[in-house]
Design a protein around this ligand. Structure first.
Ligand code: KIV
Length: 310
């Protein structure tokens, strides 16, 4: 069967041009990528948020290039159609564009993803330009950039003063001019995100940036209720999967303890004559199995007959 055509960065840009809202969702593993792909989500982000929602760190700072490659590969295997973007983690590009180019090349080659994302506006524009010139599509990310959480002093809304707002507009323009094909706006007031969206040609993808961006991105654990440590204001629960998981695991433990799992339907069958022979080989716990070879030869010579185990 022919596989579906993968969404490209050009397709994503056409969505903005045609006014079609762009949906992006994080995914960190094969099954989630399959679910999202089958749900028609056009962009899957292997976000370094995996450090918090999957690996249990309290920020994205400890995430490594190896972590991103490991999860990126799984997501690419799970998604037939979606465009897969892999985050460049903290420390993989801040040292200069040469570092960025080397790490982005590794991520592209080893995961098979369609593009990378990195944080920062003017400060990252040179790196974005070099990556784009090397043929690597780049998504930018400004506003609250979680890799700088230690510099920001927390996860707070950005661009609220006139000076900060002007900086953010300049950041967005610098990324677009450097060749970024889309820009994530994280925790930005709605009106400012709207202005930025009108002032750059490339799509803006908001998270906590209101409804007037070209698209929206959310962390899958937040919209499915799978991450209980923190619920961001911008996230809506579209399902209570965490509760379902909790109930399912509790029911499993209760069934094991009650002796009701596994039942016959969840058990496997073997040859009745083989069972009989094994009983003859080991009639008691003390049996030393010295007659086993003789009985096994008898079994191999006999015709097979299936029956249920006890
Ligand atoms: O890592 C991530 O999940 C992200 C989104 C918050 C945009 O960068």
């Amino acid at each position: 069967m022919a596989s579906a055509k993968r969404v490209t960065v050009t397709d994503i840009q056409h969505m903005k041009e045609h006014g079609k809202p762009i949906t992006m969702l994080t995914a960190y593993d094969y099954p989630t990528a399959k679910f999202a792909d089958e749900a028609g989500v056009p962009i899957l982000l292997v976000g370094d948020s995996l450090g918090m929602v999957v690996l249990g760190y309290d920020s994205t700072v400890p995430v490594t290039v190896e972590d991103m490659i490991h999860h990126g590969k799984a997501v690419v295997r799970g998604a037939q159609r979606a465009h897969v973007v892999v985050d460049m983690p903290f420390g993989s590009y801040q040292g200069g564009w040469q570092d960025g180019l080397r790490n982005a090349t590794r991520i592209m080659q080893e995961t098979g993803c369609g593009s990378v994302k990195l944080e920062g506006g003017i400060r990252s524009a040179e790196t974005v330009q070099h990556l784009v010139e090397a043929g690597i599509p780049v998504m930018g990310h400004i506003g609250l950039t979680p890799q700088s959480v230690n510099a920001f002093g927390g996860f707070s809304v950005q661009g609220k003063t006139p000076r900060d707002a002007v900086h953010l507009i300049r950041d967005a323009k610098a990324l677009a001019e450097a060749g970024a094909y889309a820009i994530v706006l994280e925790l930005v007031p709605t009106a400012l995100a709207h202005m930025i969206t009108q002032r750059v040609d490339v799509p803006t993808i908001g998270i906590g940036a209101g409804p007037f961006c070209s698209g929206q991105v959310q962390v899958v654990h937040d919209i499915l209720g799978l991450y209980s440590d923190f619920k961001p204001k911008h996230a809506r629960r579209f399902a209570e999967a965490g509760q379902a998981v909790q109930e399912g695991i509790t029911a499993y433990r209760e069934a094991v303890e009650a002796g009701s799992f596994p039942a016959a339907a969840e058990s496997f069958y073997m040859d009745e004559r083989a069972l009989d022979l094994i009983r003859r080989m080991a009639p008691s716990a003390e049996q030393d199995m010295s007659q086993a070879e003789v009985v096994l030869r008898e079994l191999e010579d006999a015709p097979q007959q299936q029956t249920r185990t006890e």
